[in-house]
Design a protein around this ligand. Structure first.
Ligand code: NAP
Length: 353
């Protein structure tokens, strides 16, 4: 039987690359995509006649429920934290006794808790959370931990709706240029690049010793492909249920080292007059941008044992030097376009409003 896949967030960085990968491997499956603006899909729906576009928002709970009720597999990328949206998807999936699969996207901001709860920034931490060995800890974090309330709802789904087989993919920081129709840029490194260009100098937070695990977007998409293919054959040998928590990393980078790399590339490209990196205090970082302290000042270290073990996942990119350069180049081009538009009198949206 042809699997029916319902997906949200397909015009985003992660969802776009994942669906690019799945569509290439399985153009014959049936797809419905929730999108807010169909022009963001470009020619995707024309290129793949198996796609049905559903215009709507995560607030359209009836749509989420009815689309989930007629799908075999739901892939959710649009938000890691929207509880009512996930509840509606689960109600749809659980509306009859057919076995259905839910693959939710979280994020390893949950592993920042050691720094958040201790009020530390820019320091080195050695704890690496393993999604097999540390699963009891990960699945019993307190509700104040980022993403935890929705993670909890998803992991509890099969207890409420016995026909649901759920899994959470929890990506770390991501590098690489996306191949989807909409957003092709990751979040964390571009924030550093943009703010460095605005300030005229690259920075690290406090001692710059905090580190995150990283994955290349193509390797991440391969986790989703393998998991979705397992779902399409009734679950396969993959883990599903209350402990089906999949990290997806292939190494870690310290934010101080990332800052030095950004400084080198921006200086060589002539975008900055210096390749120096200066240290920002916690206060300076939060004044510059409220996201900075967690994105570049805290530790989030994960080990993806489950994907390697049960999905046979073999990530290809472990040296992130080229991926970093590629993302910095992408940011420089975006900045050039932005400045060009301002010079031509087309003010960026946020400036106009
Ligand atoms: N990027 C990372 O480094 C990273 C790392 C770890 C985890 N994650 C998680 O991965 C997920 C996707 O992130 P991303 O980087 O792909 O984000 P993104 O590029 O901003 O894409 C977000 C996607 O969700 C859609 N969306 C957002 N709000 C929506 C709403 N209210 N209703 C319907 N659609 C909505 C967007 O549609 P439009 O095109 O209309 O805006 C877009 O398709 C998030 O849950 C994020 O927490 C991301």
């Amino acid at each position: 039987m042809t699997p029916k896949v319902f997906a949200t967030g397909v015009t985003g960085y992660v969802g776009g690359d994942v669906l690019h990968t799945i569509l290439q491997a399985h153009p014959d499956w049936q797809y419905s995509f929730l999108v807010r603006n169909r022009t963001r899909l470009g020619s995707l729906a024309k290129d793949y006649p198996s796609i049905r576009v559903v215009e709507g928002d995560l607030g359209d709970l009836d749509i989420l429920k009815s689309e989930a009720a007629s799908a075999d597999i739901v892939l959710h990328f649009a938000s890691s934290d929207d509880r009512p949206a996930v509840q509606a998807i689960l109600e749809g999936l659980g509306s009859d006794s057919n076995v259905r699969f839910f693959i939710h996207t979280s994020g390893t901001a949950n592993l920042l808790w050691d720094d958040i709860s201790n009020g530390t920034l820019g320091i080195k931490r050695t704890k690496v959370y393993d999604d097999v060995e540390d699963i009891k800890t990960i699945t019993s974090f307190p509700d104040a931990v980022p993403h935890r309330p929705v993670d909890k709802l998803v992991l509890g789904a099969s207890a409420t709706y016995p026909n649901i087989r759920q899994a959470i993919v929890c990506p770390p920081a991501i590098l690489g240029v996306g191949r989807g129709a909409g957003n092709k840029r990751t979040i964390q490194v571009p924030l550093f690049v943009e703010l460095s260009l605005q300030r005229g100098k690259v920075f690290e937070i406090e001692q710059g010793e905090a580190a995150w695990s990283f994955v290349h977007i193509h390797d991440l998409s391969d986790v989703y492909l393998r998991l979705t293919e397992s779902a399409a054959v009734g679950g396969g040998t993959s883990d599903w249920g209350p402990e089906a928590y999949y990290f997806a990393e292939n190494g870690e980078l310290q934010w101080g080292a990332i800052a030095r790399s950004i400084a080198k590339h921006l200086h060589e490209a002539g975008a900055l007059g210096t390749d120096e990196v200066e240290s920002l205090s916690a206060e300076g970082a939060s004044k510059l941008n409220p996201m900075l302290s967690w994105t570049g000042g805290m530790n989030s270290k994960s080990r993806a044992s489950r994907a390697r073990r049960v999905l046979g996942w073999k990530p290809q990119v472990s040296d992130f030097t080229d991926s970093l350069k590629e993302v910095i180049q992408q940011d420089l081009e975006a900045e050039k376009t932005r400045l060009q538009e301002i010079a031509e009198g087309h003010f960026p949206k946020q400036v106009k409003e």
